[in-house]
Design a protein around this ligand. Structure first.
Ligand code: CAA
Length: 295
């Protein structure tokens, strides 16, 4: 029996070409997943050609790594690399039927990106946002067809983390939700349907952990002590390692969003904002391996 609220799979639309807006770390990681699992053309776009090229190079490099590891053969590697293209011209999205964005986590930016994208895509294309804690409903506020927008939230590293949160906004229609669920399954991800609340499920819980860890620092406990205290509890990463993995700016933004929505339950952290602007938590070697805490 289908769980309450789960859409009929028969409503899902086919995905034959994917458009990715943003060529940063998250977008490049999931663009790789789309090409590897769906084996359809994936076109990525960003503000300028340099960013686009960087994203395409990353994806093709990761495909080479998959070949070197023996996970795909040479033919498959060449086929997948040929399916990935980059563009600064959104007109190239005209025949894409699934467009997903991971641009800067700023409501106005995302609203404008989708309003612009909608001018270039077909009426039936599904639009997805990888937002980590903004309201999907508000992101779609400038769309002519907000019913085709859904949250599709990956976790870093995308290749390894098994979950996708499929966020159903009040306006999301069943065909869009169904397409998202079926697509997640084709990407070999476990999808859960969440409501459109700040942080959805996972970041709401992570924000608590990361926010409390930063608050301990903000109120005088050294980074080292917080890190050493939590390490034996068996998490794959300590809160500060996780903050650096997701990016300090993203982490600070997630905490701010939660603090704004639930000021009595979540902290914001000035230290985290300062670090996001000027520094890092850990000192690392040239290969990115942690040497200790940055002083
Ligand atoms: N990209 C791609 N693959 C990666 C990777 C990366 N950044 N990091 C690790 N991997 C792969 C490795 O290649 C390896 O794959 P193979 O077995 O095929 O070679 C596999 O993962 C295991 O890697 P390691 O043995 O080197 O590392 P590990 O066992 O220490 O695990 C980890 C690394 C999976 C990242 C683990 O530390 C972990 O699960 N950390 C927690 C990550 C997490 O919580 N992410 C969610 C962040 S919140 C978020 O993203 C949402 C948001 O909106 C902010």
């Amino acid at each position: 029996k289908r769980p309450a609220g789960a859409p009929d799979k028969a409503l899902a639309k086919p995905v034959t070409k994917v458009g990715v807006v943003g060529a940063g770390l998250m977008a490049s990681q999931f663009a790789l997943l789309f090409v590897r699992r769906l084996k359809v053309p994936v076109v990525i776009t960003d503000l300028d050609q340099a960013r686009v090229d960087k994203g395409v190079d990353y994806i093709r490099g990761e495909i080479d790594t998959l070949e070197k590891k023996g996970k795909i053969n040479g033919d498959e590697s060449n086929r997948l690399k040929a399916l990935v293209t980059g563009t600064t011209d959104k007109a190239d999205f005209a025949d894409a039927d699934w467009i997903i964005e991971a641009v800067f986590e700023e409501l106005g930016v995302k609203q404008d990106v989708f309003a612009e994208i909608e001018k270039h895509v077909s009426d039936t294309a599904v639009l997805a946002t990888n937002t980590s804690s903004l309201s999907v409903e508000q992101i779609g506020a400038k769309l002519a067809h907000p019913e085709r927008l859904v949250g599709f939230h990956f976790f870093n590293p995308v290749a390894v983390m098994p979950l996708v949160e499929v966020v159903r906004a009040p306006s999301t229609d069943d065909a869009t939700l169904s397409t998202a669920m079926v697509t997640a399954a084709k990407l070999y991800k476990n999808a859960v349907i969440t409501t459109d609340t700040p942080g959805f499920v996972v970041n709401r819980i992570l924000a608590k952990l990361l926010g409390e860890a930063m608050h301990a620092v903000d109120t005088g406990t050294p980074f080292e002590v917080v890190d050493k205290s939590i390490a034996p509890f068996g998490l794959p990463m300590t809160p500060f390692e996780l903050l650096e993995l997701v990016g300090l700016k993203v982490g600070a933004h997630v905490l701010d969003t939660h603090h704004a929505a639930f000021p009595d339950r979540f902290f914001e952290s000035k230290n985290l904002h300062d670090l996001a602007e000027h520094g890092q938590i850990f000192e690392r070697d040239a290969k990115g391996k942690v040497k200790g805490f940055d002083k």
